[in-house]
Design a protein around this ligand. Sequence first.
Ligand code: PEP
Length: 257
Amino acid sequence: MGPAVKFASRKRHLIAGNWKMNGLLEDVGQFTDALNDNPAPDHMEVALMPPFTLLYCMAEPLRQKDVRLGAQSVYFEKSGAFTGSISAMMLRDVGCHYVILGHSERRDIIGESNNMVHAKLDAAWNAGLEPILCIGEHLQERENSKTNSVLAEQLSVLEAASVDVPLTVAYEPVWAIGTGLTATPEQVTTTHAFIHGELARMGHDCRVLYGGSVKPENAASLMACPGVEGALVGGASLQAESFNKIIQAAASVAAGE
Ligand code: PEP
């Protein structure tokens, strides 16, 4: 690989916490009290995606800290007989700005297909939500040099989308999610360059986050990789203390660009 080229990103970076299926009402006060204000609001935004059950009660305390609210998934139909599902308009109604789509846990455990992700993107945009589209390869795919083709296929859901839609992409190598393994800065840099190239080919100029075992100890070096414009943080977002440290590390990098 040649010398690293520093991206002069004009986009505000994003640090987003994905609580997955964690969190009870009793956890909310302690977490939001301990969450620091965004240290670099001109350069970076912060968001949190708690489970559906906590969206309503977290909306106001997070708003007071200038933290945007997001959901972890959505159903693509508008309303009706879809027991157990939540629509995009319901998420808007409760104060969400973001919705995570295509997370590997939904693709692999729930069986969400690219077609479903496509339908959910449209539902999110129709309701005024900003999707965070997650893409990423499995370890075997990386080892078989399939990373780029897997990512291109997952990104193809954006092919027909207007270039004006609100959009964030998160590159999350599946083998790095919740495993303690992280992609090396070289892998992250190369892969983000590929993703930015694919997005540019389709006319999209959006942020690309990195996700996969981001922690206070590795946040600064991952955020400093060219083409990385924030992070999607799972496990380390559950405690305000570690989430604060990641936000602080990312803010220093974003503000220094
Ligand atoms: C995630 O849930 O998107 C994620 C990256 O999880 P973790 O940080 O725990 O690997």
